[in-house]
Design a protein around this ligand. Structure first.
Ligand code: AMP
Length: 223
């Protein structure tokens, strides 16, 4: 099953992606995580990406294309994957479509986690992540059991630089301008599904499981 996860920054894509990936046993591929790993390893790509990320801007398309192609060609993606944070622009969506077309393949679903902009602001600024294992939390809605400490690996959780209030408005504007058009892009291809992302995390996940189980029924790679 090949899935693209859509939604504004802060819609809960990362949290749901971890559960979806486990439940359906497909790799969770987050371009944001790949960039952050490059930043922490001090690579050339990381240094370039950081400048854009810290400013709330998208990393230029050209830097994402080879990166995603390499990743999707790896062995673990053979039977499917969950893309989180890619595509972010119509250029990236076209690239992905063309890459799949060359293999006589296509996406099975673009799943939108729908949350209004006002709710997003509250969420993003309360978000904390574990820099070690990538788990994500929210100070109000999903706090770690022990203050500031990751439940999974015990590392201290942090606020991403791009989650600070100053950058959030900018990221939401960028989303509206560059990423939101992907909703109609995938709707036109009849693979768009949407879930209400304003409810409790487990309720959203239940809806997602229902939607994706339907999609899986029609997925030829599972036969
Ligand atoms: P995320 O973790 O998905 O919220 O991504 C964090 C930041 O990484 C974004 O605000 C962008 O600066 C950058 N980024 C992640 N994925 C992409 C992408 N597909 N295209 C361009 N920039 C990206």
């Amino acid at each position: 099953m090949k899935i693209v996860l859509l939604g504004a920054p802060g819609a809960g894509k990362g949290t749901q992606a971890q559960s979806i990936s486990k439940y359906f046993n497909i790799p969770h591929i987050s371009t944001g995580d790949i960039f952050r790993k490059n930043i922490s390893e001090g690579t050339k790509l990381g240094k370039t990406a950081k400048r854009y990320m810290d400013a709330g801007q998208l990393v230029p398309d050209q830097l994402t294309l080879d990166l995603i192609e390499d990743r999707l060609n790896q062995e673990d993606c053979h039977r499917g994957y969950l893309l989180d944070g890619y595509p972010r622009t119509v250029v990236q969506a076209d690239f992905l479509e063309e890459m799949l077309r060359r293999k006589h393949d296509q996406l099975d679903c673009a799943l939108l986690i729908a949350v209004p902009r006002e709710a997003i602001l509250d969420r993003i600024t309360g978000r904390r992540i574990c820099p070690s294992c990538g788990a994500s939390y929210h100070l109000k809605h999903n706090p770690p059991l022990k203050k500031d400490t990751c439940d999974i690996c015990g590392h201290q959780v942090i606020q991403r630089l791009d989650d600070k209030a100053e950058t959030v408005e900018e990221r939401l504007d960028v989303y509206d301008e560059q990423t939101k058009p992907l909703i109609s892009f995938y709707d036109e291809r009849c693979i768009l599904k949407s879930v209400d992302g304003t409810r409790a995390i487990n309720q959203i996940f239940n809806d997602i499981v229902k939607v994706l189980s339907e999609v899986r029924l029609h997925d030829h790679t599972q036969e």
